[in-house]
Ligand binder design. Structure first.
Ligand SMILES: Cc1cc2nc3c(=O)[nH]c(=O)nc-3n(C[C@H](O)[C@H](O)[C@H](O)COP(=O)(O)OP(=O)(O)OC[C@H]3O[C@@H](n4cnc5c(N)ncnc54)[C@H](O)[C@@H]3O)c2cc1C
Length: 378
């Protein structure tokens, strides 16, 4: 049996970022079920950083996280690059755009209001005729994240501090024995530590059940992305992430092509999410609704799970009903852009470092993050 001070279940962005922050405070072991880290949600995101998503606590965590993304790694690797986020409105969405602009103005000093002509000057394929796009707000402080670089950097930090990230380690049993949590993997290996961090993404409630801890009622929601060719005569590489002011559609450039998403949220069980024909067709129809580009060929598509708490605010804190069991869950559709904040919160709550003052300023408090706010469900 291997022993540690901190045992983390889940090698997605939540688990690796927490591992990197905890490793300087004690021996840290990270257990990942798959042979590749970031195989599930963390490897399937749109990798964007923006303020057009989530409640104010989420926006506060996003604002806090900016410095991490803007700072290259010790090896000089960039973790993100500047980009823009354009929020668009059809006539029926203008109130929603006004609300979003007012909310985002608390976090960004790079907002500019645009009319249909201004929007079209930036993304010329947008449909601005008839009931098409009539207004927009561009945020020039958004960023494109490099999820692979983030994952690698967090794992390198963990390793440098003497920790270990262990792939092919699917936890199948969890027990509290004396002062320690003992976990057993499908290959029969055992690990023990006084503190167990549950960062298993869509599987967090399953891990809680294995441990005899009350689940939080987390809900994984499937989301689909399609990739298609941009019109040959247009260079789309510097186009912004473009999203409707109310959740209906988003699109962004990727290696000269375009990604599009119908902002679908299909309740799902934890698992290896695959795109469904209906959602692929829906994504294509949204592209044709909001742009002048007919979809002739979808080069590929994928789906991933976004896992939410009831109030859509992520959770970080010790379970009220089990000593040493720490929840790091419910990152929803913002787990990449909030990972530096979530991992700093985890460090503060577990290792006793100071709660970052900037988080408090943004309204991100212990209470707002606590699992105690969520009524446990069976
Ligand atoms: C289509 C899509 C677009 C998105 N776009 C963005 C975006 O633009 N910006 C953004 O910030 N976020 C985005 N997200 C959300 C983001 O991807 C997630 O919030 C984030 O990846 C969640 O990270 P995680 O570590 O909690 O989960 P995961 O990455 O799923 O990691 C959990 C890990 O736990 C492991 N695990 C589960 N059970 C066990 C077990 N028994 N033993 C060991 N390991 C186990 C799993 O194998 C998995 O690797 C998007 C998500 C999707 C699906």
């Amino acid at each position: 049996m291997k022993t540690a001070d901190f045992l983390i279940i889940g090698g997605g962005i939540a688990g690796v970022s927490a591992a990197a922050r905890l490793a300087p405070h004690g021996r840290t072991l990270l257990l990942e079920a798959e042979s590749a880290f970031g195989y599930h949600s963390s490897g399937r995101s749109a990798t964007f950083y923006h303020f057009g998503i989530g409640k104010s606590v989420v926006r506060g965590m996003t604002a806090f996280s900016r410095t991490h993304f803007e700072t290259p790694t010790a090896a000089g690797v960039e973790l993100s690059r500047p980009s823009a986020a354009l929020f668009i409105a059809t006539p029926g969405m203008v109130d929603g755009l006004d609300e979003l602009e007012a909310e985002m103005a608390r976090y960004s000093n790079g907002l500019e209001r645009l009319d249909a002509t201004g929007v079209k000057a930036i993304v010329p394929i947008l449909n601005t005729s008839g009931d098409g796009v009539v207004a927009g707000v561009i945020d020039r402080t958004a960023r494109r994240l490099d999820s692979e670089a983030l994952q690698q950097d967090y794992r390198a930090t963990l390793k440098k501090a003497g920790g270990e990230a262990i792939p092919d380690a699917r936890v199948v049993a969890v027990a509290r024995e004396g002062d320690a949590w003992t976990v057993t993997t499908a290959t029969g290996d055992s690990y023990a530590a006084p503190i167990l961090i549950n960062a298993a993404g869509a599987w967090c409630d399953e891990i809680a059940r294995l441990a005899g801890v009350a689940p939080l009622g987390l809900q994984p929601l499937r989301r689909t992305i399609i990739v298609f060719d941009a019109p040959a005569e247009l260079d789309v590489r510097d186009w912004p992430f473009t999203k409707t002011a109310v959740d209906d559609f988003y699109m962004l450039p990727e290696s000269g092509r375009l990604l599009a998403c119908p902002v679908d949220e299909v309740p799902s069980d934890p698992g290896d999410a695959q795109p469904e024909e209906y959602d692929i067709a829906l994504a294509a129809s949204k592209v044709e609704e909001y742009t002048s580009v007919p979809i002739r060929r979808i080069s590929h598509s994928w789906a991933g799970l976004r896992t939410f708490t009831h109030d859509r605010v992520p959770v970080a804190g010790f379970a009220p009903d089990a000593s040493g069991f720490f929840w790091l869950a419910g990152q929803g559709g913002y787990g990449l852009q909030t990972a530096p904040a979530m991992s700093a919160i985890t460090e503060a709550l577990i290792a006793g470092t100071a709660w970052p003052g900037m988080l408090t300023e943004w309204g991100v408090t212990r209470e707002a993050m606590s699992p105690e706010r969520l009524k446990p469900r069976g």
